[in-house]
Design a protein around this ligand. Structure first.
Ligand SMILES: Cc1cc2nc3c(=O)[nH]c(=O)nc-3n(C[C@H](O)[C@H](O)[C@H](O)COP(=O)(O)OP(=O)(O)OC[C@H]3O[C@@H](n4cnc5c(N)ncnc54)[C@H](O)[C@@H]3O)c2cc1C
Length: 361
């Protein structure tokens, strides 16, 4: 009997597996493919990311430093509004390598990480949970027993479905692709041209340039993406696509199963970013959940919401601005553009003394 079986070894699962193993628990983590693959993420994160990885990994992961963003209500030829900081706002990192690094940290802490193991069933019993996984190769199907199961299996979570937990409020469809042009500039471009969300261009240093967008289901993301790349006059390759859950459900746990990361929609509603929120929630889970005490799951529910729900609520408000009429967006962007004092993961920092001082100076 394992203390925890973790389903999915993305940032949330790897972080939880590491922290739980460091606390001395017996942890098995099952990943359906190879850790980090396939890529479906920009890896554009606040500099807080460096608190979650060993310092020797920094050179391997780092691709570019970002100081701000140019906002457009139209394509790249339209007028832009620049928001910037004198210190770096964010970094662009190698996302595949991030996942591998986080998984290695979990392995070193003692977690048993098994790749090519797809979880096909999760059956919650009064005193344990049975997890069935089908392994690639000769290993066939195996069933594991755990006191608790962490569902870290991303936006289309099988664990969430098996546990009968509610779905996120919404799932956007995100796409991205790359060109090979080397670009060390330090601003991202944001185009408010997609219904209810935005399109982007991210300079990734030697790793090229990324073009991407996310849109609500029903919108033709392929056509929107073609328009974006035509406007920039580029041909992209290595096209990737994935779901972005927005809006966590009211509950993300049962008696012995809990969700983390995208499975719990622990994401920023105004960017879709979930790497840091997922790992923050993983830390809350590791701090509070005790596998022998099902009642500790209620403490996890309160703790992660206390850490993230104000930011998520304010993030929803920011996102509403993406749907305002263009003339109103123009007025708002003109009024707010310039130096900012905000933290990209914390919309509440918009009301910080530093930011308000910069806004009114
Ligand atoms: C186009 C796009 C761009 C994005 N850009 C950013 C960005 O710049 N910054 C940012 O912070 N976030 C970004 N995100 C969001 C970010 O990718 C997610 O929030 C993050 O990956 C969530 O981590 P996770 O560990 O919860 O889930 P995931 O990273 O999705 O990991 C889940 C893991 O579970 C595995 N799995 C799934 N089902 C099973 C199963 N049945 N059995 C075993 N394993 C299973 C998967 O293979 C996967 O490895 C982007 C998302 C998209 C789609």
């Amino acid at each position: 009997m394992y203390d925890f079986v973790v389903v999915g070894v993305g940032p949330a699962g790897a972080r939880f597996a590491r922290r739980a193993a460091e606390d001395g628990y017996d942890v098995l983590a099952l990943e359906k493919g190879a850790v980090g693959e396939p890529l479906a993420c920009s890896g554009h994160v606040s500099t807080d990311i460096w608190d979650f990885v060993p310092s020797e990994a920094r050179d391997r992961l780092f691709q570019n430093r970002i100081y701000g963003a140019n906002f457009y209500t139209g394509g790249p030829d339209a007028e832009s509004h620049c928001f910037y900081k004198t210190d770096e706002v964010s970094n662009v990192i190698d996302r595949v390598e991030l996942d591998r690094t986080l998984a290695d940290c979990a392995r070193r802490a003692g977690a048993d990480i098994r790749e090519n193991h797809t979880v096909t069933a999760v059956d919650e019993q009064p005193d344990h949970v049975e997890v069935t996984a089908s392994a690639a190769g000769d290993e066939g199907t195996q069933t594991f027993e755990a006191r608790m199961v962490a569902g870290c299996d991303g936006p289309v979570s099988r664990v969430r479905q098996a546990a009968g937990l509610p779905e996120p409020t919404e799932k956007l469809h995100g796409v991205l692709a790359f060109t090979d042009e080397v670009d060390h500039t330090d601003y991202v471009d944001v185009h408010l041209t997609v219904p209810g969300f935005f399109a982007w261009r991210i300079p990734r240093g030697e790793a090229g340039v990324e073009y991407g967008l996310a849109a609500p289901p029903g919108d033709d993301v392929t056509a929107l993406f073609e328009t974006l790349t035509e406007q920039y006059g580029v041909e992209t390759d290595r096209f990737c696509s994935g779901a972005i859950p927005i809006g966590p459900p009211d509950t993300v746990s049962t008696d012995r199963i809990f969700l983390l990361g995208d499975a719990a929609a622990q994401t920023k509603p105004f960017t879709g970013g979930g790497i840091l929120y997922g790992m923050t929630a993983a830390d809350c889970a590791a701090r509070h959940i005790q596998p022998h005490r099902p009642e500790s799951l209620a403490i996890y529910e309160d703790a992660w919401r206390e850490s993230l729900s104000t930011e998520i609520r304010l993030g929803h408000l920011i996102r509403r601005a993406y749907s305002l009429p263009e003339p109103v967006q123009q007025v708002g962007l003109t009024a707010l553009a310039g130096e900012i004092g905000v933290h990209m993961d914390k919309p509440s920092s918009f009301f910080s003394k530093t930011h308000l001082k910069r806004l009114f100076s």
